[in-house]
Write a new protein. Structure first.
Length: 567
């Protein structure tokens, strides 16, 4: 184990004081090194552009320690030094040995250390997507980046060794008895969010370093990530707040420690509990928040219902119905019928709006018809944009239908089955078996995703499912049974099918749990299956292609032709 132990340095906000940082690192490295890694969390760049110019031009002497940075970035000023980069979201190497991490992701170093990072402060996603795109300085993160990070972390069962965030988690002092100065506490309250608490609670990192918003050095006593005598024992988390480099209060701003990456430890070693460990500080607060969200949602629904009831008690001219009508409307059956009719009317209106902006309706101007592989009478087959693999496809209805359990047309069902059988033959020639999955959650037009899995990987499928869906309740379906036997309309679900081998469904508990919308891709990208975790995010794949989507669709179209029943 000793040979796998790493020596790591952590620093807080540098704010352009590169010479002071790297001189101190060089001194520490000479006296106690060699160190394997330097991580900087906070505001690395500051406003001193001249100092950065000296850094990248070689005027600042650098220690021989690979350096990784999580920081906001002055986008406009930095472009003059890195003109080949349009954005810094995906990270980049600033100079040899100094790497900017970007907005969010997971880094696995060459030495096996697994580092998760999330830049900026939490901001709720705007209905205007342009608002989010304007954040080129990486001051914020939204639900999109949060979910992307969650998916990246859950694509592997490996423990997160280190988590880096700019924002603090709320309630971090619970169970500590620490007396924090009021002025510091006010800054922390203003610089924290439940989103980070939720992230920590889900990822369970061994170390969590935070810096950039509060100039304060603090080391929390470790907390456990399991319920004693209830859950399987897990690793503890140690949280540290990093003070600014060269701060006026002379607080400690560089932290050195040794760490063995979790991949080289046994389960017993990872779950070792040190003296003084506390309960998880976030669990109760997150549970209270979930309950509060449920109450608010119920109140909101009741308020909307009451408003619609008030409207229904008036005719088009604003005159009230007579008393006899009012007594009749108070009958529970009549209220239920009126409410159902209103729901149906509202849904029809929403469906019209959705169809006008739907990416998958053939009649919509937004549909990308260059990706279509085959068109039937009721459904079509298309290449997936930003596919996990080159032959990642989708079966879609021509009509705007939310989920497969809502299909009323038997001809559509039969045609989808024909596409599935044709795809079995298509993948069979490649010594593969098709995997089908559908997510009826945050989706208005259903897509049955199709990916080929090498037949040699089928034996690993259940283990991968167990790891990726560890937090969710999977209901296995008998091969002879259909999804309709398990799920009714308007129930959010995730459905998975490996023909002739395995089928399961997950009922998505919207109010009780976080459900990653890309979990199907996450499963198929698992190291035991297609082993491509870097391709989980379809938007990243769409931006990083070696062949145009049109060329790829043409190639797939020709390969599928011998099995295409629509010709």
């Amino acid at each position: 184990m000793a040979s796998n132990s790493l020596k790591i340095l952590i620093a807080g906000s540098v704010k352009g004081q590169y010479e002071k940082l790297f001189k101190r690192v060089a001194d520490v490295n000479r006296k106690a090194g060699p160190f394997d890694l330097l991580l900087c969390v906070g505001d690395f760049f500051g406003t001193d552009i001249a100092a950065y110019n000296e850094l990248i031009n070689g005027s600042t002497e650098l220690p021989n320690v690979p350096t990784y940075i999580l920081s906001r970035i002055p986008h406009q000023q930095m472009l003059q030094f890195h003109p080949n980069l349009n954005e810094f979201d995906q990270g980049c190497e600033l100079i040899d040995g100094v790497t900017f991490l970007g907005r969010a992701g997971v880094l696995t170093t060459s030495l096996g250390l697994r580092i998760a990072y999330l830049n900026g402060r939490y901001r709720k996603s705007s209905t205007n997507n342009n608002d989010d795109d304007d954040d080129k300085d990486l001051d914020y993160f939204t639900d999109k980046e949060y979910e992307s990070l969650m998916m990246s972390c859950q694509s592997s069962s490996d423990v997160i060794d280190i988590l880096l965030t700019i924002e603090w988690p709320k309630n971090v002092f619970n169970h500590t008895g620490v007396d924090v100065d009021d002025s510091i506490m006010a800054m922390i309250d203003d610089s924290s969010s439940l989103k980070i608490s939720q992230l920590c609670n889900s990822l369970r990192p061994r170390y969590h370093f935070v810096g950039g918003l509060v100039d304060w050095h603090f080391e929390r006593v470790p907390y456990r990530n399991h319920k004693v005598l209830i859950d399987t024992a897990r690793n503890v988390t140690r949280l540290l707040s990093m003070a600014n480099v060269n701060n006026v209060k002379k607080m400690k701003w560089i932290y050195a420690f040794n760490m063995v990456p979790s991949r080289y430890l046994t389960a017993q070693e990872i779950a070792s509990q040190p003296a003084g460990v506390t309960e998880n500080p976030y669990r109760n607060a997150l549970q209270e928040q979930r309950e509060q969200d449920t109450i608010e949602q119920d109140h909101s629904n009741q308020f909307r219902y009451d408003l619609s009831q008030n409207r229904s008690n008036n005719d088009n001219n604003g005159r009230k119905f007579n008393d006899k009508r009012k007594r009749s409307d108070n009958h529970p059956h009549h209220r239920q019928e009126d409410h159902r009719h209103r729901q149906q009317k509202e849904r029809k209106t929403n469906d019209v709006i959705e169809q006008q902006n739907c990416w998958f309706c053939l009649a919509s101007p937004d549909v990308d018809k260059s990706l279509i592989v085959s068109i039937g009478d009721h459904s079509y087959l298309a290449l997936a944009k930003g596919g996990l693999t080159d032959d990642h496809m989708m079966i879609l209805p021509i009509e705007h239908i939310r989920s497969t359990v809502e299909i009323k047309n038997n001809d559509l069902r039969e045609e989808i089955e024909k596409f599935k059988q044709a795809l079995k033959q298509f993948y069979q020639q490649k010594s593969m078996i098709p995997i089908f999955f559908e997510r009826n959650f945050k989706s208005a037009h259903f897509q049955i995703q199709v990916l080929g899995l090498p037949q040699t990987k089928i034996s690993s499928l259940r283990q991968a499912v167990d790891e990726v869906f560890e937090k969710f309740e999977c209901h296995e379906i008998l091969l002879k049974d259909e999804l309709d036997d398990m799920i009714t309309e308007n129930v959010p679900y995730f459905y998975f099918e490996c023909p002739d081998h395995y089928k399961f469904v997950v009922r998505i508990q919207v109010k009780r749990e976080f459900f990653p919308i890309q979990i199907g891709r996450q499963l198929m990208a698992h190291k035991l299956l297609l082993n491509c975790p870097e391709r989980i995010d379809w938007k990243y794949c769409a931006r990083n292609v070696t062949k145009s989507a049109t060329e790829l669709a043409h190639t797939i179209r020709e390969s599928f032709r011998p099995f295409d029943f629509t010709l």
